[in-house]
Design a protein around this ligand. Structure first.
Ligand code: MTE
Ligand code: MO
Length: 201
């Protein structure tokens, strides 16, 4: 048996239970980006909520940082087969963003939009109920630019391509609409436990 990345620090059975099928454990944090890292200055940062084409709320960096901050410690799973356990993030739950905007999950699907033009689609139900946040800190520090700083989406129960880096908004939409990688062969939903890597998985 080959168990890549097993450092002997965790009981093998616990490790096996926490690793989705086809994944291996890593202690590093690989950087995976479709293009160059955009340098987003905090003074240029903004986050917009849209319902369909219509903007309904917008925050600059200072205002966003005044929203309630929550912490999530979760395992993350990349479609390229690495998983990393117990990553800890601080940020604003999508629930709290919606509450601040005075709206409730207005449409069944969501597209995340980013400063580099990247998009990814997630059912709105997978973003609420404490399942997802817009993270602004990783392991107690500001998120580094390569990992999506100033802010990235964190949807840890789906493959990590759904956790959009350099996020600048969420758009609520009626139809599930493929984003950047979903248009290029990745699964529309991306559940690591059902190994939904590619379109027809
Ligand atoms: N804006 C944006 N978000 C993105 C990407 C990207 O290219 N652009 N890559 C995705 C992919 S495929 C993965 S696996 C994770 C990687 O995050 P990391 O570089 O912090 O490991 O970010 C996702 N979010
Ligand atoms: Mo990825």
């Amino acid at each position: 048996m080959v168990t890549r990345g097993f450092g002997g620090r965790r009981p093998p059975r616990e490790q096996a239970e926490r690793l989705p099928p086809g994944q291996y454990l890593t202690e590093d944090f690989p950087v995976l980006s479709a293009g160059p890292t955009p340098q987003v200055r905090l003074e240029d940062w903004s986050f917009t909520l849209k319902v369909g084409p219509k903007p309904v709320a917008e925050w600059d960096w200072e205002a966003f940082n005044r929203l309630p901050i929550s912490r999530m410690t979760r395992d993350i799973h990349c479609v390229t087969a690495w998983s990393k356990f117990d990553t800890s993030w601080e940020g604003v739950l999508v629930d709290d963003i919606l509450a601040e905007a005075g709206i409730e999950a207005p449409k069944p699907y969501t597209l995340a939009h980013c400063f580099d033009g990247y998009t990814t689609n997630v059912p709105t139900a997978d973003l609420v109920g404490g399942k997802a946040m817009v993270a602004i800190r990783f392991e107690g520090e500001p998120i580094s630019p390569d990992h999506g700083g100033p802010a990235r989406l964190l949807v840890p129960h789906l493959y990590f391509w759904k956790s959009a880096k350099w996020i600048d908004g969420l758009q609520f939409i009626d139809q599930d609409t493929a984003g950047f990688w979903e248009l290029r062969g990745y699964h529309l939903y991306g559940d690591p436990w059902r190994e939904q890597r590619y379109t027809d998985d």
